[in-house]
Design a protein around this ligand. Structure first.
Ligand SMILES: [Zn+2]
Ligand SMILES: [Zn+2]
Length: 284
């Protein structure tokens, strides 16, 4: 994939990808003679020495393995129980297992469950936004692994991995969809089929991050459609995105998938904004 701009972050992204490709090439060359796995390991050690991986937050070299440096890692806030059994909204204090938050009790979401390893805050937002907007796709494996670790046996309960789509106009500008990149990694690691074109975003919208939940609701209604009903009918779908803010994107994607016949929809995101889902009236 080509860097989207000549910015410094883009250049670093290109350098990191070069690092990965070089590792694969180097590992493959030696692997042919003395065993591919061993060759891959030597390739990785050599590449880590020449081009050490960088912390996705502060860009300091990380010596042992790709990941956050110790300082940035210690600032991350991981979601922990108790949280809502449907939308994973974090609760304070003691709550019974599988309890639902007020919004989910009032009207359960269209998706069946949601998982997010991180809380979206000052410490996690920088690297996630860089993954989204600054061509930092070399951190996809790190975030995907982190996300999978939140629900390590989920692969047994899903049949198809589907990313939240972005509009083609945005894709042309950004050159990649971070949700699709995460989904591709998850599907490969869990040996699940990937439904890249299952969902479509029919209308171009401005970035939704700054909108109020009500405005977001109005924008997101009827924006997603399922293009491949035959692929999702009777299937347990795993919907992947980077961040869950109000849960409305996941809600409307899940509705499209369920209308197309999906049996279940689970949602897996890197981080969750600790906000309650907006209450949805029966009419919406
Ligand atoms: Zn750091
Ligand atoms: Zn909930």
């Amino acid at each position: 994939m080509l860097p989207s701009s000549a910015s410094l972050s883009g250049s670093l992204g290109g350098l990191r990808r070069l690092r990965e490709n070089f590792g694969r090439y180097f590992g493959g060359k030696i692997g042919g003679k003395i065993g591919r796995n061993f060759g891959d390991k030597i390739g990785k050690v050599a590449v880590n020495f020449l081009l050490p991986p960088l912390c996705p937050n502060c860009q300091t070299p990380v010596v042992d393995a790709p990941g956050f440096c110790h300082t940035c890692f210690s600032k991350l806030r991981f979601t922990k129980k108790p949280f809502c059994g449907a939308c994973s909204f974090p609760f304070e204090g003691y709550v019974k297992h599988r309890s639902l938050c007020f919004a989910c009790q009032a009207r359960p979401p269209a998706f069946d469950r949601a998982f997010a390893p991180l809380l979206y805050d000052e410490a996690s937002s920088g690297p996630i936004l860089a993954l989204k907007h600054a061509d930092q796709t070399q951190h996809v494996p790190l975030f995907a692994r982190l996300t999978m670790s939140r629900a390590p046996s989920l692969y047994r309960d899903v049949d198809l991995v589907v990313p939240v789509p972005i509009h083609p106009r945005r894709l042309r500008r950004r050159l990649y969809n971070q949700a699709a990149e995460l989904a591709r990694f998850v599907a490969r690691k869990w040996a699940l089929p990937m439904g890249l074109d299952v969902l479509e975003r029919r209308r171009y919208t401005p970035p939704l991050g700054a909108l109020s939940p009500r405005r977001r609701l109005l924008v997101l209604r009827r924006i997603f459609s399922c293009q491949r009903s035959a692929r999702v009918e009777g299937k347990r779908v795993l919907l992947i995105d980077d961040v869950m803010t109000s849960g409305l994107t996941a809600e409307f994607c899940a509705r499209s998938l369920k209308t197309a016949g999906a049996k279940e929809v689970s949602v897996l995101v890197v981080a969750r904004v600790p906000l309650a889902r907006p209450k949805l009236s029966r009419a919406i």
